[in-house]
Write a new protein. Structure first.
Length: 465
């Protein structure tokens, strides 16, 4: 690591040590938004994610107009997720090898240029395979952008409680932009047409570029030597080894992946469920929004809790997320299912500390590779969960498919966490909050060391540093 990076790390540790009275259980979003750099990061995130939705919708409509095939339109969306699934583990380490701000800036400019070219060639005579290929290349820059953004959040929110709140806000924002992006993107593409819609998409990436350029200050790369294919593959391999050799971070990732069926099934089958009970597609869309809205509420609530309490809630929330869905077995009406979807969505809050502490417990120079690896694993689990839940619904019924996905997810969670390193997580997070960066590495933990670490947490959730 560079001298400047070491100095920044020492300064961050010293800042945490001086903030003896920080209330870790009451970090508001207002507090983290007051950080100019973090504000710039989430504004750029929101703009970029809305732009992503516009591009996906535009291509889907072009394909639908050309072929009349619903499968072809769905394939357009599937293509947009392939780079995240295939490329995150390899592209994520770029955020360690190069300046993270530069990675985000280059990703935005590249996506703006590619989408602008996309808009120019999206005419009636352009082969669909070329349009699919262009979308693939546009989305190929997203894993690097996301890994750099994720790795930068702990750099700008140096207090662990604020960082956890920041990750909560980032997830909440991502959920909101899913809905807003589809609605806004649909309106833009409908009013202006796919080609002009793509032009608007290019503008969103330029705006994101300007926001990051103005609001996020440059930092040196965490690792020297630049980025080459050999170094990226080596970093990806090292990231896998680090994750597999660390019970705490490995268990956080396994918990998220094991829960994916219960997380994905309600949203994937909402429209089918509504039709199956005789409701309209509008009601089905409302059911989708119940899942997303509940997840947003849960993200807000969990990020307000102190770090040690978030760790303690991980397993109860993950199990509760699936247990609630078992109540769908009698195929109740939407009046009953909607609140169940909201509750299950809110219990997805465990994903926030999974994401936050996987990053915080990773050395700064390795965060890009771990963020990329985690994103790749989650993307794969999400794609599989969509396919499995849809296939089960076709073979049985949407209600039975949701229940079966929830039951399988519960079993997978119990298997994945049979050796849950709860004590190690509590100790490492307690020492992390205390500013003891030396002790944040994997260690053998016994009851005495946990008791000593958690003795520093009083009944109000304050940490004595």
């Amino acid at each position: 690591m560079s001298e400047r990076g070491a100095a920044e790390k020492a300064e961050r540790s010293g800042t945490r040590a001086r903030n003896n009275s920080a209330d870790l259980g009451n970090v508001s979003y207002g507090e983290v938004i007051r950080n100019r750099e973090f504000l710039g990061i989430i504004v750029a995130q929101a703009i970029s994610e809305v732009g992503d939705q516009i591009a996906r919708l535009a291509l889907a409509l072009v394909v639908l107009d050309r072929t009349g095939s619903a499968f072809g339109a769905a394939a357009a969306f599937a293509v947009s997720f392939l780079p995240m699934f295939l490329g995150s583990a390899v592209l994520g380490p770029i955020a360690d090898r190069l300046s993270r701000r530069s990675v985000m800036l280059v990703a935005d400019i590249a996506r703006a240029a590619l989408v602008a070219f996309f808009a120019l060639v999206a005419v009636g005579t352009t082969p669909l395979w070329l349009l699919f290929l262009l979308l693939f290349f546009v989305e190929l820059f997203t894993p690097a952008f996301d890994a750099a953004r994720t790795a930068t959040i702990p750099d700008v929110l140096t207090d662990p409680a604020e960082c956890a709140a920041g990750f909560g806000l980032s997830r909440t924002l991502s959920l909101v932009t899913q809905v807003v992006g589809l609605v806004f993107g649909g309106a833009v593409v409908t009013i202006l047409g796919p080609r002009l819609g793509l032009a608007v998409d290019a503008v969103t990436y330029i705006v994101s570029f300007v926001v990051l350029l103005v609001m996020v200050r440059p930092r040196p790369a965490e690792l020297p030597g630049g980025a080459s294919l050999v170094s990226l593959l080596s970093d990806a391999k090292a990231g896998m080894a680090a994750m597999s050799g660390d019970p705490a971070r490995r268990s956080l990732l396994m918990l998220a992946v094991a829960s994916s069926l219960a997380v994905v099934a309600p949203e994937a089958l909402a429209l089918s469920y509504a039709r199956d009970v005789g409701a309209s597609d509008v009601a089905g869309a409302a059911l989708v929004s119940c899942v997303v809205g509940g997840a947003a509420i849960g993200s807000i609530m969990i990020s307000r809790r102190p770090p040690h309490r978030q760790i303690e809630l991980l397993l109860p929330l993950a199990l509760g997320c699936g247990l609630v869905l078992l109540l769908v077995a009698p195929e109740p009406s939407l009046l009953i299912v909607m609140p169940l979807w909201v509750i299950s969505g809110a219990l997805q809050a465990f994903l926030v500390p999974c994401m936050a502490f996987m990053t915080l417990l990773t050395p700064a120079e390795e965060r890009g590779r771990i963020a990329g690896l985690s994103a790749s694993a989650w993307a794969a689990a999400t794609v599989v969960s969509f396919l499995v839940s849809g296939a089960l619904a076709d073979l049985t019924s949407p209600a039975f498919a949701v229940v079966l996905c929830a039951a399988v997810s519960l079993v997978l969670v119990l298997v994945a966490t049979r050796r849950w390193p709860g004590r190690q997580l509590l100790q490492r997070v307690a020492r992390l909050v205390r500013g003891d960066t030396v002790s944040v590495s994997p260690v053998e933990v016994d009851d005495r060391t946990v008791t000593e670490a958690m003795r520093e947490v009083d009944d109000s959730g304050f940490m004595r540093r």
